[in-house]
Design a protein around this ligand. Sequence first.
Ligand SMILES: Cc1cc2nc3c(=O)[nH]c(=O)nc-3n(C[C@H](O)[C@H](O)[C@H](O)COP(=O)(O)OP(=O)(O)OC[C@H]3O[C@@H](n4cnc5c(N)ncnc54)[C@H](O)[C@@H]3O)c2cc1C
Length: 459
Amino acid sequence: MPELGPHARAELDALGIAVAYREANSASDLHDESLHPRGAQPYAVARPTDRDDVVALVRWARRHQVGITARGAGTGLSGASEPAEGSLVVCFDQMDRIVEVDLANQVAVVEAGVTLAQLNEHLAPLGLHYPVAPGETSSTLGGNVNTNAGGMRAVRHGVTRHHVLALELVLADGTVVRTGAPVVKLSSGYDLTQLVIGSEGTLALVTEVTVRLTPRPEQRATVLAPFDSLDAVTGAVTRLLRAGLAPSLLEYIDALTMAVLVRETPFTLGLAPERVAATAAYLVLVLETRTAAQLEDDLAACDEILEAAGALDALVLDGRAAEDLIAGRERAFWFAKAAGANDIVDVVVPRAHVARYLEQVAGIAADHHALVTGCGHVGDGNVHLSVFCPDDAVRERLLLELYRAGIALGGAISGEHGLGRDKWAAYLELTDPALLALQRRVKAAFDPEGLLGPGLGRG
Ligand SMILES: Cc1cc2nc3c(=O)[nH]c(=O)nc-3n(C[C@H](O)[C@H](O)[C@H](O)COP(=O)(O)OP(=O)(O)OC[C@H]3O[C@@H](n4cnc5c(N)ncnc54)[C@H](O)[C@@H]3O)c2cc1C
């Protein structure tokens, strides 16, 4: 980044936007939740309050050729919102207005800094919700769009890209464009909404998001089923989905991760010690329906399927236990971090291959004398692995093998956390050069001067 003189600073001050310069930066603005913070110092952190502020900041940055790191709540897990040295951080947390909830069309329009918790709290009395549920509800819609966030409910409701209908964008030269429309179908030109989703702040700054809403389910039951093998868990998932049960959550938790969850949270398993000892992994599923009668039907069908699939048990949890279990599962990342995990991996494979993939993972871990353990969104093939392997060089080779194995099974390096800084080098190594070249041309079309997402390597 170029050295900036007093003139540039005076110009930025004159915009009348809240700006903290290097000496006053708050430490919490300088990293996300990647396990590899790099400690770079941005030139300044700016907090726009509306779209015009964002335009002014982008124009200032372009004039002075300063890179821009967009920031939502900084809960990302791949280092994507960590600033580059000398860059301008544009933090969206003051752009937190819910612009409109259109009840008739079941659509909400929100500023990019609105958090998931805030949106769903606003929608609850209206009988609606935004059903995409990445584990961190303090994350923003702008961040969710840029990571294409998924989470536990993706098996039924899909991920962010399935719910975003339109975006307001500020481009790298300060131009404002609107993509998409608040309609359920659209076939009019290139789908730039979908192109920006998952682009990690490297194509445009998102200032407003229009999302599809869903009625809140009225009936819910949570089932916990222990299995003696991961193969049996995967088999059960296939059977449940083929039966048309459409659970809203379908997670696996391996035995080691469950032991930590039970130790660290109020959740109690309620299983005899012999059964716990015989369990390799647990399947957690949530059924949600409109009526109690339908829930009863679905639970009966589910019980039959789980038994046929070899479940050692099938416990229907009461409300409190269900909440504790799901909340505990959402905290899995913090448990792994506290235990000293050196990396978190979120490889995705076709869901029927999860057991095969995890078998390969065990082999790769053993070859590298590492411990790899975890849980994941088994209903959508997205495993979350905690990697314990302190030697950087060994871990780099191990991670590359984990990614390679996932890709060989038809999957991808990341299902929802994105590439960020942490996984970009591996992506470069494992991706078809022709595809990379095409992506670079897309980046150049949006951001010819390479100002957005400095340090992410996308130019
Ligand atoms: C405990 C925990 C559990 C989690 N569970 C899940 C999970 O289940 N599923 C899942 O998908 N993720 C999960 N995450 C990751 C994280 O919550 C998501 O990646 C989330 O989408 C990040 O949102 P954010 O507002 O924190 O964005 P940030 O981390 O601030 O930014 C993420 C990316 O978006 C860009 N960005 C942010 N706002 C804008 C904007 N307005 N315009 C342009 N670019 C922007 C940033 O530059 C960066 O590239 C979890 C994280 C934690 C800590």
